[in-house]
Design a protein around this ligand. Structure first.
Ligand code: COA
Length: 199
């Protein structure tokens, strides 16, 4: 619970995840077992985040967000065992994504590509990997929150099947006060339906 409360308090992102605060931490899986298609950039790959990545992660976080997470939030997520992945290129971290998973719901806590690497399909690849991880944990629904002032991310989420399901007024800190959050979700039921035996 402490981890998600801290995430929400310090970042203004993902208070929805508080509903899942008692969840058992979801374990990491090897990326080769995820079944995610090859990266659009053949030199990039995904692996679980470790504490030793946090200097590189923080360097990206601080450049990519006007209101970045603190190192403590990342540490708490790792400590809690939330699925946390880095995207690397030639051994260097160029992006990362973190999820919380509880029962049949997952939340994308953070998804980020280094500013100079954005716009090359890497964010889409990372989002698909996170959804795949959620699916592998038999999750039925994946949630995320996004600023209305982040149209690039919103277009990406829509194009991957996320729909807007609500709005959280004055959720995020903003330059001129507060900004609402759009809450988006995707249902992951198709595989289960096709796997059901005929009636
Ligand atoms: C959001 C983010 C993860 C997307 O990653 P990315 O690597 O830049 O995105 P991709 O290159 O995979 O683009 C995927 C799609 O997103 C949309 N998109 C991305 N950037 C866009 C922009 N600036 N304007 C409009 N659409 C955009 C496009 O539909 C694109 O698909 P297309 O190239 O086929 O048209 C990345 O921009 C980022 O890290 N931003 C800063 C952190 C952030 O805001 N994270 C999301 C918090 S909710």
């Amino acid at each position: 619970m402490a981890v998600l409360q801290r995430v929400a308090r310090q970042s203004g992102r993902q208070t929805r995840a508080l509903a899942h605060a008692t969840a058992a931490a979801a374990g990491h899986a090897d990326v080769s077992a995820l079944g995610v298609e090859a990266s659009p950039v053949s030199t990039s790959s995904l692996r679980p985040m470790r504490e030793g990545d946090l200097d590189a992660v923080m360097a990206i976080e601080q450049r990519a967000y006007p209101f970045p997470w603190t190192r403590g939030i990342f540490k708490d997520c790792l400590k809690a065992g939330y699925p946390s992945w880095v995207m690397t290129e030639h051994g260097l971290v160029i992006g990362y994504g973190l999820l919380s998973i509880a029962a049949d719901e997952a939340h994308v806590l953070n998804i980020c590509i280094a500013p100079e690497r954005q716009g090359r399909g890497l964010g889409r690849h990372l989002l698909r990997a996170l959804v795949k991880i959620a699916r592998n944990h038999r999750v039925q629904r994946v949630f995320l929150e996004v600023r209305p002032s982040n149209p690039g991310a919103i277009v990406l989420y829509h194009s991957e099947g996320f729909n807007e399901i609500g709005r959280r007024p004055r959720y995020y800190p903003a330059k001129d006060g507060r900004e609402d959050a759009l809450v988006m979700a995707i249902e992951l039921v198709a595989d289960d339906i096709t796997a059901m035996p005929p009636l």
